[in-house]
Design a protein around this ligand. Structure first.
Ligand SMILES: Cc1cc2nc3c(=O)[nH]c(=O)nc-3n(C[C@H](O)[C@H](O)[C@H](O)COP(=O)(O)O)c2cc1C
Length: 187
C-alpha cells in the first residue's frame, strides 16, 4: 500500500507529525511504502472560485499552476491511504491545511460526484494544547468532509490528542508514541 502523510503543521518534528511518524514506523512492519509531505514547504494558492471551474478541472485539474496542482495532486492520486495531520490553530486546522482542502474542489464534479478519492482510505491526526474534547469539532470536521458526508474516503481512524502544553515536539508521553506505533502495525 502507498501511504501519503500530509503534515499541516509548520513543525516538521512537532506534536502532530511525531504521532504520524510513530504510525508510519509501525506500518513498516507490513512493508508499506510511505511518503511525507510538509504543507509548509509548498506554495499553495487560495482557491479563487474560478468561472467554469468544473470544465477547467477536467481539462487541467486547476487554474493554478502551483505546488498543489503539480506536486500534491499526483501524490494524492497515487496514495492508497492518506494521513492528514494538523494541530489546532485558533480553534481549527491550520490555515495552510484549510487552503489545501479548499483546493480539493478539483475532486468535485459538476453533479457533486467525487473523482479520484473515493477508493482511498484516510486517517486524521489532530493535536491541541487544550484537552481533546475541547476541540473535538476539529476532528469531527475532518471526519465529516473526508468521510461519509462528502469525499467518501474510507475512514480508518480519527485521532485527536490534546494537552500538548509544552514546546512543540517535546512529547513527554512516550507511551503515546508507542501506542500509535502499535496501531501502525495493524495497518
Ligand atoms: C498559532 C497557534 C495557535 C494555537 N491555537 C490553539 C487553539 O486554538 N487551541 C488549542 O488547544 N491549542 C492551540 N495551539 C496549540 C497547538 O495546537 C498544540 O501545541 C499542537 O500540539 C501543536 O502541534 P505541532 O507541534 O504539530 O505544531 C496553538 C498553537 C499555535 C502556535
Amino acid at each position: 500500500m502507498n501511504i501519503l502523510s500530509i503534515n499541516g503543521s509548520p513543525n516538521k518534528e512537532g506534536n502532530t507529525q511525531n504521532i504520524v511518524s510513530a504510525i508510519l514506523k509501525g506500518t513498516e512492519t507490513n512493508h508499506h511504502k510511505s511518503k511525507t509531505i510538509h504543507l509548509y514547504d509548498l506554495k499553495i494558492n487560495d482557491c479563487v472560485a474560478c468561472k467554469n471551474s468544473h470544465k477547467i478541472h477536467l481539462e487541467k485539474d486547476c487554474i493554478h499552476n502551483d505546488d498543489f496542482t503539480n506536486l500534491l495532486l499526483p501524490e494524492i492520486r497515487n496514495a492508497d491511504l492518506i494521513i492528514f495531520g494538523s494541530p489546532v490553530y485558533m480553534g481549527h486546522i491550520t490555515g495552510k491545511a484549510k487552503t489545501m482542502f479548499d483546493r480539493f474542489y478539483t475532486f468535485i464534479l459538476e453533479n457533486f460526484t467525487i473523482r479520484d478519492l473515493e477508493n482511498k482510505k484516510f486517517i486524521s491526526v489532530v493535536t491541541s494544547g487544550a484537552p481533546s474534547e475541547t476541540f473535538k469539532d476539529v476532528s469531527d470536521y475532518l471526519e465529516k468532509w473526508l468521510g461519509d458526508f462528502f469525499f467518501k474516503m474510507e475512514k480508518i481512524k480519527i485521532i485527536h490528542e490534546g494537552d500538548f502544553l509544552g514546546e512543540s515536539g517535546q512529547c513527554d508521553k512516550p507511551e503515546l508514541l508507542k501506542k500509535y506505533e502499535n496501531f501502525g502495525k495493524t495497518i
